[in-house]
Design a protein around this ligand. Structure first.
Ligand SMILES: *Cc1c(COP(=O)(O)O)cnc(C)c1O
Length: 411
């Protein structure tokens, strides 16, 4: 394989494109077919059968139907797998569709119904696990309680590192050891394959909300899981049966996004390092959460090769200061999501972590920043003036969006 010894930057640009020159094209081909012409009933049917049971299409049988297989999606999957040092990958319509498929595949194929989840997690993942919607029993625990939480009927251990929103680091290799034979799924959304490869540390699945850094431009929703062939076969089977496949246009955009992923990550990270250091001494800031700070185990440099580009701050002025900041920024956009080329700010307790149980909800004075590609100097000037803003505009009056109010709504 010509790319076998290449560096990450070269793989990011070229993976999944090996046959383009042979096809006589330079840009990624985009195949939008919802259905495909069949050679004949027998061969088409055999290909259908192969894909519906988690396999690949038969060479002489065709792709049959987009829910079973799409070549643009398959190209993106192979490229992402290369970056994750994985055998393969399976892409979904969103990060949550990927998480749902991972839970269904882990429980239904093992006949076990218990899941261990290390908190904190992304609010949507926490909500999915706590909702009981998938008929699983969940034990939420801290990293050092994994061994004690695993039972004979445990199908999966779920963790996120850096975790949302406090950027807590979880030692992946330690959890893998504590989990014993139980597969471990790592949500690698915040680190991306550029900074962290969970499979190399013993995890079974590395999941991404591709909506975030992988897409990188805030214009596509998608999810993907890098894993071995055996796991992928189960994940593909769940995808074929339940749907939730990634749209080919999304796959095209995500694959294009991979080319710049290492460069974007490095540049956004450099900005975040500068901004996090500046925030440390800001009078309105009580604490800065940033990977590498409070990192006694030295996980940045060991399991992650950089801190990433997310910064969370605790404000001295509590919820009111958070409301003022989010409604006063000019260069940052007040919006959920993260990982794009433009900087975003959001209030986890009120938005992304709204459905999380009260005792596990992030504190009301936390604000999460996703640092983009703007000049760090301009971003700091924007934060400085927003942190010093005096009053709350009427539409964001304190109390109108009380994050401590119990809610089952899903934002
Ligand atoms: C956004 C996010 C998800 C969910 O992904 P969607 O693409 O929004 O469905 C899962 N995990 C993390 C860490 C996220 O940030």
């Amino acid at each position: 394989m010509p790319l076998a010894n290449s560096h990450l930057d070269s793989i990011a640009v070229h993976a999944g494109r090996e046959d383009l020159a042979m096809l006589g094209v330079h840009a990624l081909p985009l195949d939008l077919s919802s259905t495909n012409p069949l050679p004949d009933i027998e061969r088409g049917g055999a290909s259908y059968e192969a894909m519906a049971t988690g396999g690949e299409p038969l060479a002489d049988g065709g792709f049959v139907y987009q829910r079973l297989w799409n070549p643009t999606v398959a190209r993106f999957e192979s490229a992402l797998a290369r970056l994750e040092q994985a055998e393969t990958a399976v892409a979904y319509a969103s990060g949550m569709a990927a998480m749902t498929a991972a839970i269904i595949a882990s429980t239904s194929f093992s006949g076990k119904r218990h899941i261990v989840a290390v908190r904190p997690l992304y609010g949507g993942t926490d909500h999915l696990l706590a909702s009981g919607l998938l008929g699983v029993e969940v034990t939420f625990c801290a990293e050092d309680e994994v061994a004690a939480s695993v039972r004979p009927d445990t199908a999966l251990v779920v963790l996120e590192t850096p975790a949302n929103p406090t950027l807590d680091l979880v030692d992946i290799a330690t959890v893998v050891t504590a989990a014993g034979d139980v597969p471990v799924l790592v949500d690698n959304t915040f680190a991306t394959p550029v900074l962290q490869n969970p499979l190399a540390l013993g995890a079974t699945m590395s999941l991404h909300s591709a909506t975030k850094y992988i897409g990188g431009h805030g214009d596509v929703v998608g999810g993907v899981i890098a894993c071995d062939e055996e796991t992928a076969s189960r994940l593909r089977q769940v995808r074929a049966i339940t749907g939730g496949l990634l749209h080919p246009l999304g796959a095209y955009l995500l694959h294009r996004g991979l080319s710049t992923l290492p460069t974007r990550m490095r540049a956004q990270q450099a900005g975040a390092v500068e901004i996090a250091a500046w925030l440390q001494s800001h009078r309105e800031v009580e604490h800065v959460y940033f990977p590498g700070e409070d990192d006694d185990r030295g996980l940045v440099g060991k399991q992650m090769n950089g801190p990433g580009a997310m910064v969370t701050i605790a404000l001295r002025g509590g919820y009111e200061a958070a409301a003022r900041l989010t409604s006063s920024v000019q260069l940052f956009t007040h919006a959920v999501s993260l990982g794009g080329v433009d900087s975003l700010v959001q209030h986890p307790a009120g938005l992304t972590h709204r459905p999380v149980a009260a005792h596990a909800k992030p504190s009301a004075n936390l604000v999460r920043l996703s640092i983009g590609l703007e000049s760090p100097e301009d971003l700091m000037a924007d934060l400085d003036s927003a942190l010093s803003a005096e009053s709350v505009p009427p539409t964001h009056a304190a109390g109108s969006d009380d994050p401590t109010r119990p809610s089952s709504a899903f934002a």
